[in-house]
Design a protein around this ligand. Structure first.
Ligand code: ZN
Length: 403
């Protein structure tokens, strides 16, 4: 059956003499991505500088086809072809330290009928070809199940959920701050005319980390310092692993109404403060779906009741920090009305780390986009955040001493 082509690996062992972690000096380059559609079938072609290994699998809810590849030098996001045929969307980029990924959104149930690599011929370079054909919803579901079984046979069982109770924080250590640049790699986030959210969030996060480190008062970590995807839960776990005292997730929004602009800040709540905040959380939480994370492979979340107990104190501290941010940003930059809002953001769910999500502005608003692309504006806003961080930790230390 054709299905045996799923999960085929090419040349894997022969190409990696040094074993895991030996990345080639220069990644293979994707020179062009092409789509061709005919009745009930669509072909995807990656033109490559060399032959690479790949595997392909299907995911549901929503229906997607995922291609896992080694680290590659991908073309600019703008070079992505217009979706056509069975394909409604296409994303690609770095996925893990050693892997890149291409995610194909399907507008109808479809399965991979063939996938193969062609050597250079007739003026074409190496080509990786994936042929899709329409299928029934039932056959698509069967394919997803088969792919999952095959993947589980190869991969180790998912690890246990993180422990709630941690070793006590060492006394007299510097406060630990984790700055989280939203999106990255295969997940570009929102887009403006020129800017991509993943680029803006990284540039801002680096600036913020630099200024925080310069105070000499904090230990600062970034969840990512390059264009790579980090799953939402892993971002939370990075904060918990460092026993962070504060977690800031940096984002920039996009909205249909192009006149809407300004910065806003979010803290965790089961019930959203308003419809807009709820919609935003839904959008930001889709990040893992966008990059093709299979939730069936994930370890279960920590029991909700434990989270609830540990979280009360954390929530109060998060709100306190958010209030400081709003106070210090007022007069420094344009703020969205009702600047501090609440919703169920997955990335804010560390039960023991005060966490906020900051939407710096709207990439869909020209003035905001211009600001987000300005290093001067980013410096100014980072400075106002550092002021809020200083206020937050000086007052919480005072509180501790008077207890
Ligand atoms: Zn975002």
């Amino acid at each position: 059956m054709r299905l045996t082509l799923v999960f085929r690996w090419f040349l894997l062992l022969g190409l990696m003499p040094g074993g895991v972690g030996t990345a080639s000096a220069v990644d293979a380059r994707v020179q062009n991505i092409r789509l061709g559609a005919s009745e009930g079938a669509t072909r995807l072609v990656l033109e490559m500088s060399e032959r690479v290994d790949f595997k392909v699998f299907s995911l549901d809810a929503p229906r997607r086809i995922v291609l896992d590849l080694p680290s590659l030098d991908w073309p600019d996001v703008n070079a992505s072809p217009e979706p056509k045929g069975l394909i409604s969307g296409l994303r690609f980029g770095q996925f893990t330290a050693t892997q890149s990924r291409l995610v194909i959104d399907l507008n109808t149930p479809a399965i991979v009928s063939r996938s193969f690599v062609l050597d250079p011929a007739s003026g074409f370079p190496h080509r990786l070809v994936v042929d899709l054909k329409t299928s029934s919803a039932e056959n698509f579901a069967k394919q997803v199940a088969a792919d999952r079984t095959a993947k589980r046979a190869k991969a180790p069982a998912p690890s246990a959920p993180p422990e709630i109770l941690q070793a006590p924080r060492k006394p007299n250590r510097k406060p630990v701050i984790v700055v989280d640049a939203g999106h990255g790699g295969v997940d570009p986030g929102a887009s403006g005319r020129k800017a991509r959210e993943k680029q803006v969030t990284l540039a801002f996060s680096k600036e913020l980390a630099r200024q925080l480190r310069n105070t000499g008062k904090y230990d600062v970590y970034l969840t990512r310092s390059r264009d790579i995807y980090i799953p939402l839960r892993q971002r939370v776990n990075i904060a918990r692993k460092h026993q962070a005292d504060l977690f800031m997730s940096i984002h920039a929004d996009a909205i249909k109404r192009k006149n809407v602009r300004g910065m806003s800040i979010y803290t965790l709540s089961e019930t959203a403060s308003d419809k807009e905040a709820e919609a935003l959380a839904r959008k930001e939480n889709r990040s893992d779906i966008i990059v093709g994370i299979d939730f069936d492979d994930q370890p279960p979340e920590v029991a909700d009741i434990l989270i609830d107990l540990a979280q009360r104190e954390t929530k109060n501290l998060s709100v306190k920090f958010a209030n400081l941010v709003v106070k210090n940003a007022r007069g420094t930059t344009r703020l969205l009305e009702r600047t501090h809002r609440f919703a169920g953001f997955r990335v804010l769910k560390a039960p023991d780390v005060p966490s906020v999500l900051i939407e710096l502005g709207f990439l869909t608003n020209r003035s905001d986009e211009k600001q987000l692309l300005s290093a001067g504006w980013r410096r100014k806003i980072a400075k106002s955040l550092v002021k809020s961080v200083n206020g937050f930790f000086s007052s919480s230390q005072q509180a501790r001493m008077t207890q």
